[in-house]
Design a protein around this ligand. Structure first.
Ligand code: PGA
Length: 257
């Protein structure tokens, strides 16, 4: 079976310790409802300040942990940044890289995304690389240009062996954080485009090993629709991951796929 991956992105939430604690409590009770393992994997990308806490408290579960960003340098005078070595040391196995919010608010570009991917892989962190077009770009018929640029520049000088470790997340920016819902056809169309670009770059074998998730306003009912197409490798979940019950409903949806 094609393993499904559900990634929760907590973003800059759980800001009080009490919120963090009640989230953990609810998550620990909800997680009992699902059987994570070879078929379905769950990754929770927590705020870095909470990483150690979640790592210690979720040790006995099969939930994997990630951060939401890492820097490409490993150590030194880079005020405010998180080293991939640090993230790994504190329990992260994954990092979201190039999320649209980082591209928007911190002006992260594809060259920086490329450096971060390379550094993450080198340091044993699986990069979850976000790509996707804005509504304006979609309206102007630029989806192909945007996705090609993000993949070609973002994955520049990344070998086949490195590429196999990457998880991609197609997140149409116009659906992230809002109530817009793309149709299955719209999602599949871009997924096919992504596969085509990757195949040109890496060949069919390597491309077959690269997971492509969907992200943007994911809710349990969207998963039901997605299951109709077995090509989906999983989802990146923002808002719904803030409620453990809802996040686990999404995981359950994939168990039934
Ligand atoms: P959303 O966020 O599920 O709240 O739309 C998705 C994301 O930012 O990855």
């Amino acid at each position: 079976m094609n393993k499904k991956i559900i990634v929760g992105n907590i973003k800059m939430n759980l800001i009080a310790l009490s919120e963090r604690d009640s989230y953990l409590k609810a998550l620990k009770s909800e997680i009992k409802k699902v059987k994570l393992g070879d078929d379905v994997e769950m990754v929770l990308c927590v705020p870095s300040v909470h990483l150690d806490f979640f790592a210690k408290n979720l040790k006995k579960t099969k939930i994997k942990l990630g951060v939401q960003n890492v820097f490409w340098q490993e150590r030194g005078s880079f005020t405010g940044e998180i080293s991939p070595v640090m993230a790994k040391e504190y329990g992260a196995g994954y990092s979201i890289i190039g999320h649209s919010e980082r591209r928007k608010y911190f002006k992260e570009n594809d060259q920086e995304v490329n450096l971060k991917i390379k550094s993450a892989i080198k340091n044993g962190i699986i990069p979850i690389v976000c790509i996707g077009e804005t509504l304006q770009e979609r309206k102007e018929g630029l989806i192909k240009d945007v996705i090609s640029r993000q993949l070609n520049e973002g994955l520049e000088d990344i070998s086949q062996m490195q590429a196999e470790k990457i998880i991609l997340a197609y997140e149409p920016i116009w659906a992230v954080g809002v109530d817009a819902e793309p149709t299955s056809d719209e999602i599949m169309e871009v997924r096919i485009l992504i596969r085509k670009i990757l195949t040109q770059k890496y060949g069919a074998d390597t491309t077959g090993k690269i997971k492509v998730l969907y992200g943007g306003n994911v809710k349990a009912n969207l998963v039901k629709k997605m299951c109709l197409n077995p090509q989906m490798d999983g989802v990146l979940v923002g808002r719904e991951s803030l409620v453990p019950f809802n996040l686990i409903e999404i995981v359950k949806g994939f168990e039934k796929c």
